[in-house]
Design a protein around this ligand. Structure first.
Ligand code: BJW
Ligand code: ZN
Length: 245
């Protein structure tokens, strides 16, 4: 059986579907990826921007960078891949997206069950007490504001060497372990612990499908590795699943 036809059959009979998404799913919306062609980390050493040490060294510079990225994210729209996942959620008894993205595009497309593994650029929090702080998304704040406790306010994002939000990670591991079909979409699958999720799904017997422009370390171990743009492959696949079902 052709691989796409096999994927369609598997998706038709699934009950519990999990998804790990990464920067590639938002690329067609106009949000830059980190690795690969035109990736952010090709020009900048990640630890110079995405670490607590970098923030403490020069908070103004880090806030400026996040202001710039927030501006881009707020000016773009979810794409066909985000909308297809939102539609899939309405079809399955259990469906959940674990995203490494901080852009909120899954939620804007209508997905309800979304675990944000690396936080959100749309929220801020205190470095000391952890309290969430309102952020005016359009304000050009370059001097770090202070919390009532005196701590510096920072973006609610998971930087390198920081723990992921416990509830989001626990829920994501559970979904991966219980899913009968698991998707890894638009992620290079190199950043842990998120990259572990498709392996958890595989170990527990899920049929795992990768959708990516390029091959990754996962490509040879999953059941189906579909090469191409998520915004093209996913809607086409979903249309086939819905046909005659
Ligand atoms: C398309 C497409 C289209 C394009 N359609 N596809 C050794 C030393 C130090 C640390 C470690 C170490 N080994 C492991 C670690 C831990 C570290 C880690 O994994 N590092 C690896 C890089 C080695 N992880 C952590 O530090 C995490 N915390 C942690 O582990 O805590 C415990 C601990 C504590 C102390 C010490 C050690 C452990 C935290 C990770 C936080 C990641 N944060 C970032 C930045 C967020 C801030 C920001 O955005 O500014 O999150 S890094 C960056 O990578 C971002 C992403 O979420 C993450 C994953 O990237 P993603 O989503 O996969 O994107 P890309 O760009 O990599 O890939 C895009 C893919 O899409 C490509 O494959 C394209 O082909 C594809 N694509 N267009 C389909 N249209
Ligand atoms: Zn505080």
């Amino acid at each position: 059986m052709e691989i796409l036809e096999q994927v369609v059959q598997v998706c038709r009979h699934a009950q519990h579907v999990g998804v790990l998404s990464g920067a590639g799913i938002s690329a067609e919306s106009g949000v830059a990826t980190f690795r690969g062609e035109n990736g952010i980390w090709n020009k900048i050493n990640p630890l110079e921007l995405a670490s607590m040490q970098a923030f403490m060294r020069n908070p103004e510079r880090i806030l400026e960078w996040y202001n710039h990225r927030r501006e881009i994210i707020l000016s773009v729209q979810p794409n066909a891949a985000h909308f297809t996942l939102a539609a899939m959620e309405n079809h399955y008894p259990r469906f959940a997206v674990s995203t490494q993205n901080i852009d909120g595009l899954h939620q804007r497309a209508g997905s309800r069950c979304v675990q944000e593994l690396h936080g959100s650029i749309l929220r801020n929090r205190c470095t000391d007490c952890g309290e969430m702080a309102e952020v005016d998304p359009v304000a050009e704040v370059t001097t770090p504001p202070r919390c009532h406790c005196g701590g510096l306010i920072r973006p609610d994002i998971v930087w390198f060497g920081e723990m992921l939000p416990e509830a989001a990670l626990t829920e994501s591991v559970q979904v991966a372990r219980q899913a009968d079909v698991y998707f890894s979409i638009g992620t290079s699958a190199v950043v842990y612990p998120a990259a572990q999720l498709p392996y958890e799904a595989l170990e527990r017997g899920a049929y795992v499908i990768e959708i990516n422009l390029e091959p990754t370390d996962l490509s040879n171990v999953v059941h189906a590795s579909l090469r191409g743009k998520a915004g093209e492959i996913l809607p086409r696949l979903w249309q086939k699943v819905l046909m005659d079902s």
